[in-house]
Write a new protein. Structure first.
Length: 461
């Protein structure tokens, strides 16, 4: 493909990217809120300004006047007024998890509660943050409207870490110093989890990440757990499918050398393909300034590659989407869980159909689970794997708090060989490594209407 054509595709990709922020799968967005006007907070913002129990909203863009009044009311400790405001705000936008969390916190008021905090990248990745918070909000809402934790409600704080390892560490220090905080859900990326994990470990505060998949997190700390399977599981499933099902043995990998997650998935995939009797003939670093999608695909084709594996992370997704467009469905496409976004469907469209992506969970993956129905009733639509695994992380903390509502008690409960609870994606147990021994779900991009893009991710049966 000519340089001119590649430039045209890049421009189209960027144009679409700007145009669809806040679009795509509705469950990847915050309906009724203009996400396009995101302003990232200055990294020097004090960590206390990045943590809220309802007295400030991190939702980018304009929030409704009634939600704003609720935030002001909870800051003034006018809890009855806050309850009225947040209830009205939810009627305007039922799938806003921040509002539901603030409402439940307002109902608790100044009463005794057990506290956990979600560490999410609101400033840089609002859609992922909302997905994660939907799972946490659902778990909080369920426990607080039923038996509570032996009669004590769950209070949830939200911390905006911008997916920045240094900011995640600052937030971790603040949470460690707040003795009321008994557990953390997050951070989102493997880089932030590894950075903040050192602080949580020294402060003996448990953090359960629902989305960090790097193999480096295994055995990293006795205080860092995760409800998502590691990249080892995803890579093994993709390699197995490639060699045994697709009967293809030669792949190339696109990855970001600056991302722990991307490096981890790439390395595990190379090893897994080799074990299956195949080979990875080239690796292309998406983070390089001179990366060319056209030249990379051309080189892969000349080397006899049959498969393009996209181990892109969020920061390099746009370049991976260029690869999809330039490939023109000539070579088979595989991808890791960061490719599982509305943007991939919106921009990839027909060129992305047939692509196989490894994710930890899919809403149609287990017909026996009652979580999909409950989440649809609450949010008015489908949720993503990030919501399901965040729900599981929160449910795990709740189960640990029921055993012993102290920091050391939570850690001991999760680490115990007899710990077990039920979540969105089945039974939740943790290995001594902090990992959860759970399978991944392969999904395929197919034409469909559920996402409102004309394409959907459907489970591979």
């Amino acid at each position: 493909m000519s340089q001119k054509n590649e430039t045209t595709i890049l421009a189209l990709t960027l144009l679409l990217t700007v145009g669809i922020v806040g679009g795509g799968f509705w469950w990847f967005t915050n309906n009724g809120v203009k996400i396009g006007n995101t302003i990232t907070q200055n990294q020097q913002t004090g960590s206390k300004d990045r943590i809220s129990f309802g007295e400030k909203s991190f939702t980018p863009g304009e929030i409704s006047p009634v939600k704003k009044e609720g935030v002001q009311a909870i800051a003034a400790k006018s809890y009855d007024k806050a309850i009225v405001n947040f209830t009205a705000a939810l009627k305007l936008n039922r799938n806003d998890p921040e509002t539901l969390i603030f409402l439940n916190n307002a109902r608790i008021g100044s009463s005794k509660s057990y506290t956990i905090v979600a560490s999410v990248p609101f400033g840089t990745d609002p859609n992922t943050s909302l997905e994660i918070l939907r799972g946490i909000a659902q778990a909080q809402n369920e426990i607080n409207t039923s038996r509570k934790i032996k009669g004590v409600p769950l209070r949830v704080g939200i911390a905006n870490d911008d997916d920045n390892p240094e900011i995640a560490k600052q937030i971790a220090s603040s949470l460690v110093s707040n003795s009321e905080v008994l557990g953390v859900v997050g951070p989102n990326t493997s880089d932030s989890t590894l950075a903040a994990g050192t602080i949580y470990t020294s402060g003996q505060l448990v953090a359960i990440s629902p989305t960090s998949t790097s193999v480096k997190i295994s055995n990293f700390s006795r205080y860092v757990f995760r409800t998502v399977p590691s990249d080892f599981m995803a890579a093994r499933s993709l390699a197995n499918y490639m060699v045994r099902t697709l009967q293809k043995k030669n792949a190339v990998v696109f990855f970001n050398s600056q991302s722990n997650y991307s490096q981890s998935l790439k390395s595990e995939f190379v090893s897994s393909v080799s074990l299956e009797g195949g080979q990875v003939s080239s690796e292309f670093d998406l983070s390089k300034a001179d990366f060319s999608a056209a030249k990379s695909v051309e080189q892969a084709t000349k080397q006899g590659a049959e498969v393009l594996m996209l181990a892109a992370n969020t920061e390099t997704l746009d370049k991976a989407l260029q690869v999809i467009q330039i490939n023109q469905k000539r070579l088979t496409l595989l991808g890791g869980d960061d490719v599982y976004t509305a943007k991939t469907l919106e921009i990839g469209r027909e060129q992305a159909t047939g692509m196989i992506v490894a994710v930890p969970w899919h809403i149609d993956g287990d017909p026996k689970s009652d979580f999909p129905q409950k989440s649809r009733q609450l949010w008015g639509g489908d949720v993503s794997w990030r919501s399901a695994l965040s729900y599981d992380a929160t449910v795990a903390l709740i189960a640990a708090l029921e055993r012993n509502p102290t920091r050391s008690g939570v850690q001991q409960a999760l680490f115990s060989s007899d710990f077990s609870t039920s979540g969105a994606s089945g039974t939740i147990r943790f290995l001594a490594s902090g990992d959860r021994n759970a399978p991944v779900q392969l999904v395929k991009i197919v034409p469909g209407s559920r996402s409102r893009t004309g394409y959907d991710f459907e489970p591979v049966r």
